[in-house]
Design a protein. Structure first.
Length: 189
């Protein structure tokens, strides 16, 4: 029976890896955060739309290993409709489960990651999107990213030759080439 459960868990992870749910940018997101795992090369951006304290929608884009993509996919399915407090509680349960293998409470399909603790190199892959969730909910990473983009835009405007204001504003807000979300096939085709 143990092999049957492991096979089922592997099937769920492969399904969410090959066909990730909610894999798209969300232009109307109210908060976002980025996550990067240099050990495995996982790189993702998580988007949330909040209505008060309730997560109305969640999505992600990025590239990475199967564990990382499946974890982000299952996360986006799991947190929709939850309050911030409920999502934070789920984070705690998932973090404990991924690092110890012990399932505390009803985590639903997220239980597929209970065996990850046996593979220390994969723990960071499985928890990456969850740390991005916490950053997005706290506004830490999203605020830093907005501040960095605003500072970059101001530098571009200040360094640009004298041009009409509308043109300077447009060029300051233009995408920055290879650093956008389409790098490394990050966004779906």
């Amino acid at each position: 029976m143990f092999d049957d459960i492991n096979d089922l868990y592997q099937q769920v992870i492969l399904d969410h890896c090959k066909q990730p749910r909610n894999f798209h940018e969300m232009p109307d997101a109210t908060c976002m955060a980025q996550g990067h795992n240099p050990l495995c090369g996982d790189n993702l951006k998580l988007f949330l739309t909040l209505d008060g304290d309730v997560i109305k929608d969640a999505s992600f884009v990025g590239s990475g290993c199967c564990i990382s993509k499946a974890s982000a996919s299952l996360l986006t399915d799991n947190v929709k409709g939850k309050t911030k407090a409920e999502a934070e509680k789920t984070f705690e349960q998932v973090r404990d489960m991924i690092t110890t293998g012990k399932v505390n409470g009803d985590v639903g399909k997220l239980a597929v990651f209970a065996g990850v603790y046996k593979y220390p190199a994969r723990v960071k892959c499985a928890i990456l999107s969850w740390h991005a969730l916490m950053g997005a909910l706290k506004g830490e990473l999203g605020a830093k990213a907005r501040g960095a983009f605003q500072a970059l835009a101001q530098l571009k405007v200040a360094a640009a030759p004298a041009v009409p204001a509308a043109t300077a504003s447009t060029s300051a807000n233009a995408p920055t080439g290879a650093q956008g979300p389409n790098r490394n096939n990050a966004a779906p085709a």
